[in-house]
Design a binder for this molecule. Sequence first.
Ligand code: PLP
Length: 370
Amino acid sequence: MSADFLKLAVPGVQQLAPYVPGKPIAELERELGIREAIKLASNENPLGPSERVLAAVADAQSELTRYPDGNGFSLKRALATQHNVDPAQITLGNGSNDVLEMIARAYLRPGTSAVFSQYAFAVYPLATQAVGADAVVVPARQWGHDLEAMLAAIRSDTRVVFIANPNNPTGTSFGKAEWEAFITQVPADVLVVLDEAYIEYNEQAEALDGSAYLGRYPNLVLTRTFSKAYGLAALRVGYSLSQPVIADVLNRVRQPFNVNSLALVAAEAALADQAYLERSRALNAEGMQQLQQGCQTLGVNWIPSAGNFLTLLFDTATHPDAAMINAALLQRGVIVRPLAGYGMSQALRVSIGLPAENARFLEALAAVLA
Ligand SMILES: *Cc1c(COP(=O)(O)O)cnc(C)c1O
């Protein structure tokens, strides 16, 4: 008889429920025997990769037999220039998800805790639990992070606070005043991880850029990604900015070649392609309007969003429940993101797509609600 290899896993891992990603297009098409499904479920850039990225990746193919540059010298140099930091402050990750895991591995263990908000990005509870640390989940305020309450929730065993601004899956964001009231009060030995995966889309007047605070707060770690506005979700590349000693610690738990060669050259090309970034932002702003107008017409409410997605709130008194709406959208070849796993069973998150994709989503939603 086989031993019970679930019971033999470390306690944190036994309790984990795996991350549930957006459904892949090919999978839905296979299941339903349909074609031309659209996916507005994972906050990907609907523009497709930039021409400059495609050219850089094509050029790098001849190097596929070589290991990548494990230190990512060239990409780090470009990022250092962009952010006006020293390359020693940068940690590259196989997606920023990888960096979040490195932080958990390096700074959390049983007997310590991480603080994060209700409805915060799902990777924070996963990374915290996997290493056996306690999760201190702070109730959200109007779907967003309540920084004052998060500050008050910091315990003597707290080593890390995870914050996403803008947050996924709610799209909520906070500005400089709230942030400063928070960061100035956090104990100096607690790491503040500010996840800025959607910062390129944030057009709020008082939009916060955490990089302005790196010099003043040695406990601050920013994470950024190439998966969203830079359009490179498939390649998996992200990074953190911190003071050098934190980057040095993360480097000790980092896999030696965690970012592959194609990702390294693609990220560097993407960083240089500001025109692509501008097009992405403009398309997003336009699509956000289109979705909001459409939802208003349909009498569907949403959470105001600073990201590249919109979280719709269905009123249980007048609408079918969100799981049923989601199933009916799938039948029509439209993939969005159900949020029951976040405790938001009345909500669906829709990524902003191309105008025709947004229109198709709205048509499908209208048909489902009729
Ligand atoms: C998408 C996302 C990430 C990053 O994902 P990677 O693809 O691993 O870089 C990080 N944080 C939040 C809040 C996200 O939504």
